[in-house]
Write a protein that binds this ligand. Structure first.
Ligand SMILES: C[S@@+](CC[C@H](N)C(=O)[O-])C[C@H]1O[C@@H](n2cnc3c(N)ncnc32)[C@H](O)[C@@H]1O
Length: 174
């Protein structure tokens, strides 16, 4: 990512008031799908509302983002390790896993999909929400129809939805 883009994300995060803790969108009303505890990875965590929610449920969370301003919102939060990293270079080596939960929401990079699966523990839960072209306009940041199921259909898919400009998958590694 260019330093200009990173600065743009910093500015966006600086503009936002405190949010969260919040469950991942795809787990609202379904938090019983969460494993009992363990390690969690929050990919492109932003200000970390999901990271805090996971930490409050006993997970040791690695929260990864390119925005130092976003990560600063997690300063001193128990159970959360902040990882400042540009995901254009792949998932960080410091986050080798295995993870009991991998969450990635509102950030899409299909080149990372196989790494999400590799870093999931057996029985681990994957939760992904991305913008979608389905019922919306095509665009470089949007998943095409079927993208998530093509990437993650080899897992035990618990829920998969696509529509209104958003695609979601919740799946467990067998
Ligand atoms: C729309 S926000 C989503 C934040 C959070 N996942 C949520 O659901 O609220 C997208 C996040 O992706 C981060 N991001 C964008 N490109 C990135 C990159 N190349 N490497 C790491 N983080 C990136 C931004 O800094 C931002 O925090």
């Amino acid at each position: 990512m260019s330093s200009e883009d990173a600065r743009r994300w910093d500015a966006r995060h600086a503009d936002v008031d405190h949010v969260g803790p919040l469950p991942p969108d795809a787990l609202r009303g379904r938090s019983e799908l969460l494993p009992a505890g363990g390690r969690a990875l929050d990919v492109a965590c932003g200000r970390g509302a999901v990271s805090v929610w996971l930490a409050q449920r006993g997970f040791a969370v690695d929260a990864v983002d390119v925005s130092a301003v976003g990560l600063a919102a997690l300063d001193g939060v128990p159970g959360v390790r902040r990882v400042h990293h540009d995901l254009d270079r792949g998932l960080p080596d410091a986050c080798a896993g295995p993870y009991d939960v991998v969450v990635c929401q509102r950030f899409r990079d299909p080149s990372l999909y196989s790494a999400f699966v590799e870093r999931l523990a057996v029985g681990g839960l994957l939760v992904v929400t991305v913008l979608s072209e389905v019922d919306d306009e095509p665009g470089p940041f949007r998943a095409g129809p079927g993208e998530l199921l093509a990437a993650f259909g080899g897992l035990d898919v618990l829920t998969a939805q696509e529509g209104n400009g958003e695609a979601t998958v919740v799946a467990r590694r067998p």
